[in-house]
Design a protein around this ligand. Structure first.
Ligand SMILES: [Zn+2]
Length: 365
């Protein structure tokens, strides 16, 4: 899991929030509650295949989508972590169900390592372009190029702001820096930009790009309204809630506000789409899921607000937000999420921040 916010230096997937999963009542899983094994390709809809790539930790897998393109080629959506098991899964797929079918292009929903990890490797292997939104491509390029050995002073200031003690900060410093690059193959220096509202044709389907934010800067979803499909990435997950963290790169941003705005925008999509999420199984019930996510975050904000009757640091809010003990392994992720919720309350005018010796204390406004 992430050792600091937004997976900027994470060796594996930061996609899952530590918050208890909000209800998935109202969802149906037309293809059942299991999926393909790595190396297998499951036909999902006309011209759409589903495979999985292994991810360590509780997530276990990421879903990858293979879209029939012109001339028998296949457009690949998301790529998996750059790890030996994930490369093995690709070799099984390319030597098995996809044998003789070259890739036409690699599309990636967002910069997190389980999504972009093998995109460069695939693009080079097939001699094809990478398609991403500009914000996500820039982030992936930036983080793979950040090769310093030790955490920068801004990282230490961020941990101190959240209330980490000096022992914990020293332990984090000792871990070094640059773990993102170890889970991601080299990102191509040129790419094709995906833009909000744009329509792209892939084989016989036309997909509209819908951009969301909050989990990552400029996350691309692909929506084929006529065909009734939505490739949702991590923007909508069925049983786990997506990680929304305050990022070191923008410590005065409001990612939870952006996330809630994105939920409202996605609510305008048809409610009967078959949603293809990056983790879990394809489902219907988009509006029910969006309502549950929105309601869950707002209840968390209310509970956090009540908790701020006395000044609190981010580390004092884990119990009310996550309802479980946070061990060292989860500390970075929990800190990023707690900071995002506190910052949201501040932006809403419900909390004020007092900075003492670099540590941020929030209390009710
Ligand atoms: Zn993600």
């Amino acid at each position: 899991m992430s050792t600091r916010s937004e997976a900027e230096d994470a060796p594996d997937s930061p996609d899952e929030s530590l918050a208890l999963a909000y209800t998935h009542r109202g969802l149906t899983y037309p293809l059942g509650r299991s999926g393909p094994e790595p190396g297998q390709l499951l036909p999902l809809a006309d011209g759409v295949g589903w495979t999985r790539s292994p991810v360590p930790g509780s997530l276990g897998h990421i879903n990858l989508w293979m879209l029939d393109d012109d001339g028998g080629e296949v457009a690949i959506v998301d790529s998996g972590l750059d790890s030996a098991p994930a490369r093995d899964a690709w070799e099984a797929l390319l030597g098995g169900p996809l044998a003789g079918r070259p890739a036409s292009r690699i599309l990636v929903t967002h910069f997190h390592p389980d999504h972009v990890g093998l995109a460069g490797w695939l693009a080079e292997r097939f001699g094809v372009r990478l398609w991403m939104s500009r914000g996500e491509w820039l982030f992936a390029r930036m983080l793979t190029a950040d090769r310093r050995d030790a955490p920068p002073p801004e990282a230490i200031a961020y941990w101190r702001a959240a209330g980490w003690d000096e022992v914990r900060i020293a332990a984090e410093v000792a871990k070094g820096w640059g773990r993102f690059a170890s889970a991601v193959s080299e990102i191509p220096v040129s790419y094709v930009r995906l833009q909000d509202g744009e329509r792209i044709r892939i084989g016989r389907r036309e997909w509209r790009i819908v951009i969301g934010s909050g989990h990552s800067p400029e996350h691309a979803c692909l929506v084929d309204e006529a065909g009734g499909l939505m490739i949702a990435g991590d923007q909508v997950l069925p049983r786990i809630t997506s990680n929304v963290s305050l990022s070191l790169s923008e410590p005065e941003a409001d990612p939870l506000g952006e996330w809630l705005d994105s939920i409202a925008r996605l609510r305008e999509l048809p409610g009967d789409l078959l949603v293809l999420p990056s983790h879990g199984e394809p489902f219907t019930g988009l509006h029910a899921r969006l309502d549950a996510l929105d309601g869950g975050h707002r209840r968390q904000l209310d509970a956090l607000h009540a908790h701020l009757a006395e000044p609190r640091r981010a580390v004092d809010c884990f119990g009310v937000l996550f309802g479980r003990r946070i061990d060292d392994r989860m500390l970075g992720l929990a800190t990023g999420e707690a900071m995002a919720h506190l910052r949201r309350l501040e932006v809403e005018g419900r909390a004020v921040r007092d900075v003492r010796d670099g540590t941020h204390f929030y209390s009710q406004a």
